[in-house]
Design a protein around this ligand. Structure first.
Ligand SMILES: *Cc1c(COP(=O)(O)O)cnc(C)c1O
Length: 219
């Protein structure tokens, strides 16, 4: 199957309203162009420099989503054009996004990354840390950051019950936080190539799929 066929097959399985982020990290711009020509407009990248290089050469109506861990000193490179930062995992990072978005006269959408998986290597806030941060009220002063929802990476395991437990947990957190934020808080970003069919059962509104579209990555 080529990229267009893979994309269409995935899209045919997504309920209406679920957004597909085509995770294009480590793939050359030509492959993204192929997906673009097939109609895809949202692309996810994990490294700022790589995102900027692709932004420079690809059509300007692409929505760029930063999905990988982002160092605060790199925010300035993507702030002029990035649509969403899905991997927001610290107060310092939010402050820097606010600062750089303001400088560029923009509003940047963010997702709060919550750590719910069993593995300790995964990034993101613990539920307790996140609740403590939110209750500080600091976020209310951020005029150029719009909190759209939460994101998580489920445990990397063949044990489906563990993955389901992770998705169940993040869905509960999403639903509990929603009243604090109001209407713009509409995004539950869960589901990757191997687990997105399960994530859809837990009300995912945004899946992030790389390998199943572009094939294996060469690091
Ligand atoms: C790489 C990555 C993906 C895509 O993973 P695939 O297994 O290739 O679909 C999704 N989300 C995040 C945060 C990633 O880093």
């Amino acid at each position: 199957m080529n990229i267009k066929e893979r994309l269409n097959r995935i899209l045919s399985t997504l309920p209406k309203g679920v957004q597909l982020v085509a995770v294009s990290k480590f793939h050359p711009a030509e492959r993204l162009q192929e997906a673009y020509d097939a109609g895809q407009r949202i692309f996810g990248e994990s490294r700022p420099q790589e995102m900027v290089a692709k932004y420079d050469v690809l059509p300007k109506d692409i929505e760029w989503h930063m999905i990988g861990h982002l160092q605060t000193n790199k925010v300035k490179y993507i702030a002029p054009f990035v649509t969403m930062i899905s991997s927001v995992d610290s107060d310092r990072l939010i402050e820097e996004i606010e600062k750089q978005a303001a400088k560029n006269n923009r509003t940047i959408d963010i997702l709060l990354e919550v750590h719910v998986a069993q593995e300790e290597t995964k990034s993101g806030w613990s539920e307790e840390e996140l609740r403590a941060y939110l209750s500080s009220g600091i976020l209310n002063n951020m005029a150029h950051v719009r909190v759209r929802g939460v994101m998580t990476i489920a445990s990397n395991t063949d044990d489906e019950s563990v993955v389901r437990h992770d998705f169940e947990t993040i869905r509960r957190i999403f639903n509990e936080l929603k009243p604090q934020f109001g209407e713009a808080f509409d995004t539950l970003s869960i589901g990757m190539s191997d687990d997105y069919p399960i994530a859809l059962e837990y009300d995912s509104t945004m899946v992030r799929i790389g390998t199943a579209i572009f094939g294996a990555r060469e690091y």
